[in-house]
Design a binder for this molecule. Sequence first.
Ligand SMILES: NC(=O)C1=CN([C@@H]2O[C@H](COP(=O)(O)OP(=O)(O)OC[C@H]3O[C@@H](n4cnc5c(N)ncnc54)[C@H](OP(=O)(O)O)[C@@H]3O)[C@@H](O)[C@H]2O)C=CC1
Ligand SMILES: Nc1nc(=O)c2c([nH]1)NC[C@@H]1CN(c3ccc(C(=O)N[C@@H](CCC(=O)O)C(=O)O)cc3)C=[N+]21
Length: 280
Amino acid sequence: MQAKIIDGKAIARDIKEELRVEVERLKANGTVPTLAVVLVGGDPASAVYVKNKKAACAHVGIRSLSYELPADTTEASLLELVEELNSRQDVHGILVQLPLPVQIDEDKVLMAIRPEKDVDGFHPMNVGNLSIGRPGFVSCTPAGILELLKRTGIQLKGKKCVIVGRSNIVGKPVAMLLLREHATVTICHSRTEDLPGECRQADVLVAAVGIPNFIKGSHVKPGAVVIDVGINRLADGKLCGDVDYVECLEVAGHITPVPGGVGPMTIAMLMKNCVEAASK
Ligand SMILES: NC(=O)C1=CN([C@@H]2O[C@H](COP(=O)(O)OP(=O)(O)OC[C@H]3O[C@@H](n4cnc5c(N)ncnc54)[C@H](OP(=O)(O)O)[C@@H]3O)[C@@H](O)[C@H]2O)C=CC1
Ligand SMILES: Nc1nc(=O)c2c([nH]1)NC[C@@H]1CN(c3ccc(C(=O)N[C@@H](CCC(=O)O)C(=O)O)cc3)C=[N+]21
């Protein structure tokens, strides 16, 4: 039997509708939720993401300010902009699009964003809070994955979840969130011995590798939930996930498509974090 396709676009739309009501309430009380998006250089993949974010802000009613800086921007001038945005009362969320050009130390920039405005959830304070179960902003892609699973009615308690990828922005925080839901969590990476064997144990398999069609049907336990985080742009301009969708569709119980899976959820959770930042 073919897997059920998890419609991330539709779930993201529901979340944005819920947020719209919230934003109206904030505006009635005199607060206009505002997100500042900073893009350094003209990376085409980043430009797509920035465009989608702006559209989502407009839909939900969030004011978005965008700062497009040239590729040769210095670290000092970027830090100066972050400081200005930190101190502005009318800016609730700050997002500095990654990756940054080589002359800029990403860590330094992420640490400079005030944790209360860090709607990306990348500041060590927010990362730390997540790992010890305290409130704080959770990074948007991991939060979006959890919301997808919850709204699809997938039980996580006691289940075996395997994540392929250990990045700070996806793999690790996904693991923390699944652990918080009482799943049994395994994180795999490029040095994992017997990756296919690890993957085949999974009731929920999350792929965040950055390699097109990396996860094959033979990696998947029949009936498992397969979450594809990958956003890979192919030579023909089409988007492709980290999961071999055609193969895995025949084995999995549930699967997310690319596009239309995790991507739209990332944007929806960014909107949610902005509304939360403005509510405080
Ligand atoms: N949908 C969305 O909203 C988002 C999508 N993405 C996409 O998700 C994907 C992953 O992103 P990100 O986490 O930032 O990527 P990174 O490149 O930071 O991390 C990739 C991870 O995959 C692991 N890996 C690489 N090759 C292999 C291999 N052969 N076998 C096992 N593990 C391997 C790496 O292991 P090691 O640590 O050992 O090097 C690393 O931990 C990308 O396609 C990205 O575009 C990212 C952010 C948001
Ligand atoms: N500070 C920062 N925060 C991020 O969250 C961040 C980042 N930098 N840098 C880049 C990655 C990547 N990322 C995506 C989010 C949504 C889609 C998305 O909307 N995808 C849609 C459509 C893509 C399209 O329009 O073609 C989909 O998958 O259906 C894509 C990519 C966020 N990232």
